[in-house]
Design a protein around this ligand. Structure first.
Ligand code: PBG
Length: 326
């Protein structure tokens, strides 16, 4: 064979790494941390091996474990001591995320990103306040505009507790604008918003809903989260969030939506984040447990693929294990 085009020339050891287009750094990764107000002890999450719900008293210790791997940012999710119709523990000054955030920011250098959503805090498990007949009428779920003020209050209470960044994940129309205005009015113009701009109604969230106890008690989230069939609509969702002041644009889930990550990377110049979700983590673990996949290798390849598609930041349950090998 005679050919001038021999890509294999650049795959020799010593050359390969020089021409590698993408790499993974611990500082690209965000580790989700579950803080649970209903327990005094760490509780393992069965469907997410290696992850636990930790009591508020253990939040600092848990974050120190993350920092020891080189990962510098955590995303906090809370399991409150009680739930109600509106999710009022989400914006309580002594709420589980607020207490954990105070402790973590006082005692560590971690960058704290807080989840802004109501599904872990409402009795019905939906991401906002319900429309009047939602329990009886399957065409109804969350009252969009009535939810905005509650999300804004939640974000401000988290900023007051010291959050560096807030991450609204409820797919409420107008949430970024409402939160930006409320943060600015309260003097938190330096607190950034990482918006779950394109969040799909995905079956890959199953293990998370066990972990955070946030599954809807009736119905599903199809009226507010995006239809997995839609790609162009993601750009529209993102554009709206950019107009409202989003600082970081997130796509969720990650691997099944690499096309969306790549489109957003091309169309916008904001940092792009991808959420490698609980189901993506659980399925690799399950296959590895059976001896069918090499866990460390597939985890690394998954995250590298998200970066190659255009993500700058990856929220992932693999953060610690992958960072430890970077
Ligand atoms: C809250 C929220 C969810 C996830 C992150 N924030 C659950 C959902 O929308 O049902 C899922 C994360 C994961 O699966 O890892 N709205």
């Amino acid at each position: 064979m005679h050919s001038t085009d021999r890509p294999r020339r650049l795959r020799r050891d010593g050359v390969r790494s020089m021409v590698s287009e993408t790499d993974l750094q611990p500082t690209d990764l965000v580790a989700p941390v579950f803080v649970d107000a209903t327990t005094d002890e760490r509780v393992p999450i069965e469907s997410m091996p290696g992850h636990e719900r930790v009591p508020v008293d253990e939040a600092v210790a848990r974050v120190e474990e993350v920092l020891a791997t080189g990962v510098e940012a955590v995303m906090l999710f809370g399991i409150p001591e009680s739930k109600d119709e509106e999710g009022s523990r989400a914006w309580a000054e002594d709420g589980v995320v607020q207490r954990a955030t105070r402790a973590i920011t006082a005692e560590t250098d971690a960058t704290v990103i807080t989840d802004v959503c109501l599904c872990e805090y409402t009795e019905h498990g939906h991401c906002g306040v319900l429309e009047a007949d939602a329990r009886d009428d399957p065409t109804l779920t969350v009252d969009n505009d009535a939810t905005l003020d509650l999300l804004a209050r939640t974000a401000v209470s988290q900023a007051e507790a010291g959050a560096d960044m807030v991450a609204p994940s409820s797919m409420t129309d107008g949430m970024v604008g409402a939160i930006r205005t409320a943060l600015d009015d309260a003097g938190f113009d330096d607190v950034a918003i990482m918006s779950y701009a394109a969040k799909y109604e995905s079956a890959f969230y199953g293990p998370f809903r066990d972990a955070a106890d946030g599954a809807p008690a009736f119905g599903d989230r199809r009226h507010y989260q995006m239809d997995p069939a839609n790609g162009r609509e993601a750009l529209r969702e993102v554009r709206l969030d950019v107009e409202q002041g989003a600082d970081v644009l997130m796509v969720k889930p990650g691997l099944p939506y690499l096309d969306v990550v790549s489109d957003i990377r091309r169309e916008f110049d904001h940092p792009v984040a991808a959420y490698n979700v609980s189901g993506e983590y659980a399925m690799l673990h399950a296959a590895a447990e059976k001896g069918w996949l090499d866990l460390d290798a597939v985890a690394r390849e998954s995250l590298l693929s998200l970066k190659r598609a255009g993500a700058d930041i990856i929220v992932t349950y693999f953060a610690e294990s992958v960072a430890a090998e970077c």
